[in-house]
Design a protein around this ligand. Structure first.
Ligand SMILES: [Zn+2]
Length: 246
């Protein structure tokens, strides 16, 4: 039997038992398991991990543990520029998401802020993984199981249960503050929304709206029409609120 010492950093501690949090602890193993398997066995999803040091050298997930190794494991530092050090996954640039069935409201908020986010309340895990893989999307989920699947390379376990806290969590985790573009995506279907001439849609808007508003936008996918009515002010207030880091 081999012994290695592990130390997990920052929010990776969220997944550890209390006797392992924020300090080095011993991990025993048979043979030479991959470090990816060891990390998962300890309870941390590989998708949460971005950087692993063994005896002060960078290693990737295929590294096989040896007796006496000292392992430091760091989370995905999307908000800190460590690009020269990154070894495991290419940095996520244009972030696109897919939310699991429990995160409908979060998906709506992400779209409101302009982020491409797929969501269906009936999607199977296999469909979510398929879409994430083919379209390079980050899976947002409340289900740790899906993040342990070997097919998943980009994923994030959403901690909060409240949608407004969840959106704050995502903005902070992926440092999305400077990428917010309100009203670029349809909140209903994730389609792109673009300007449209009032005259082209005049028959589709209520008489009072015709009277008071001249600027309209339309979803290219589902045809829903948007204008800066009373909803708009509330949304802007919401956006101002969630974009505050704390
Ligand atoms: Zn739409």
């Amino acid at each position: 039997m081999g012994k290695a010492v592990f130390r997990f950093y920052a929010e990776l501690n969220d997944f550890l038992d209390s006797d392992k949090k924020q300090k080095p602890f011993e991990y025993r193993f048979f043979g030479n398991p991959s470090i990816k398997d060891a990390i998962q066995a300890i309870g941390v999803m590989h998708t949460e991990v971005d950087l692993i040091l063994v005896n002060s050298n960078f290693v990737d997930f295929d590294y096989n543990l040896n007796d006496g190794d000292f392992v430091s494991v760091y989370p995905v530092f999307e908000s800190i520029d460590i690009s020269p050090l990154k070894g495991l996954t290419p940095p996520l640039r244009v972030l696109r998401f897919i939310a699991d069935v429990h995160l409908g409201k979060l998906a709506k908020y992400l779209r409101m802020l302009g982020f491409d986010t797929l969501y269906s309340n009936s999607a199977e895990d296999s469909e979510i993984m398929e879409a994430a893989q083919t379209e390079g999307r980050v899976i947002l989920t409340k289900d740790k199981g899906i993040l342990k699947n070997g097919r998943v390379d980009k994923g994030y376990f959403v901690r909060s249960d409240k949608a407004k806290m969840q959106i704050k969590e995502i903005l902070k985790r992926f440092d999305l503050y400077s990428s917010i573009e309100p009203f670029k995506r349809c909140m209903v279907c994730n389609g792109e929304i673009v300007n449209v001439h009032k005259s082209d849609i005049i028959n589709r808007i209520p008489p009072k709206t015709r009277l008071y508003y001249d600027e309209f936008r339309i979803c290219k996918s589902c045809g829903r029409i948007y204008w800066k009515g009373s909803h708009y002010q509330k949304m802007m207030q919401f956006i101002e609120d969630v974009r505050l880091p704390h």
